[in-house]
Design a protein around this ligand. Structure first.
Ligand SMILES: [Fe+2]
Length: 97
């Protein structure tokens, strides 16, 4: 379930290690959100379902923590995140017209 990248952090340039760690951590948190939501959808006990969904929500906070740190360390990612947001805004505006 967990993405297998990167396999080997020892081969990564020292300046990129923290960014790779953060991206890997984000992948793990996103996997966790999907896992807990899927488990919640299968749970028959309503309390268990509620706990699983609460944990899934906490994992979204963890995504936010790692993403915040990644954006502090990866200026290009910060710029491209904004570019992506602008592209979606433009596409949605075009659809409304
Ligand atoms: Fe987490």
């Amino acid at each position: 379930m967990l993405a297998k990248i990167p396999y080997d952090l020892s081969r990564i340039d020292e300046e990129d290690i923290d960014k790779q760690i953060l991206r890997t951590a984000i992948i793990a948190e996103l996997d966790a959100i999907n896992l807990y939501e899927q488990l919640a959808s299968m749970a028959e006990d309503e309390n268990l379902k509620a706990i699983l969904l609460d944990v899934a929500r906490e994992e979204k906070t963890h995504v936010g923590e790692f993403l915040t740190m990644l954006l502090m360390k990866d200026e290009e990612q910060a710029e491209e995140l904004e570019a992506g947001e602008e592209e979606v805004d433009e596409l949605l505006e075009e659809e409304e017209e």
